[in-house]
Design a protein around this ligand. Structure first.
Ligand code: HEC
Length: 126
């Protein structure tokens, strides 16, 4: 009779191998960690000059979020202006590959579970 562990060990090994392979389905650039999809080089060229690409890859949000971030860096951190086409490429890329994470925000509480608002509010119209 075959001892159980001789069967279990290879199975476990294969299972462990499959985990990282699944997570790596999307090719990433070994230097920056950026997902290698359309536009990634434009993002690398424009978004890793002042800080690590980690700042980019660890962030996520809607296109609007990314646009606000870019405006903030342009207004306060010395980020240069982009040509419209370049900015489109960057925003398309970021919104597509570093978009909002669905499971990081809980849904809003129903009103009945909210504490009373301690502040005066505009009187009910009518
Ligand atoms: C001219 C310099 C410069 C360039 C180029 C630049 N950034 Fe930044 N960025 C900054 C600075 C400065 C900070 C603040 C760093 C800190 O807080 O340590 C920052 C912060 C960030 C953050 C973190 C914001 C937060 O809420 O903490 C993200 C994300 C980011 N940049 C993305 C980008 C992207 C995307 C690009 C390309 C479009 C880019 N950066 C290009 C200067 C730059």
């Amino acid at each position: 009779m075959t001892p159980l562990h001789t069967l279990a060990m290879p199975t476990l090994g294969v299972a462990l191998l499959c985990l990282p392979l699944g997570a790596w389905a999307q090719e990433t650039d070994p230097d920056t960690g950026l997902v290698q999809a359309e536009g990634w080089e434009t993002v690398r060229n424009n978004c890793t000059a002042c800080h690590s690409a980690n700042l980019v890859t660890q962030n996520s949000g809607s296109r609007n979020h990314w646009e606000n971030l870019i405006r903030w860096m342009q207004d306060t951190q010395g980020l240069w202006e982009f040509q419209a086409e370049t900015e489109e490429t960057i925003l398309d890329y970021l919104a597509e590959h570093y978009g909002p994470k669905e499971d990081t925000r809980r849904p809003a509480l129903p009103r009945t579970l909210m504490p009373d608002n301690p502040y005066p509010t505009v009187a009910d119209p009518g």
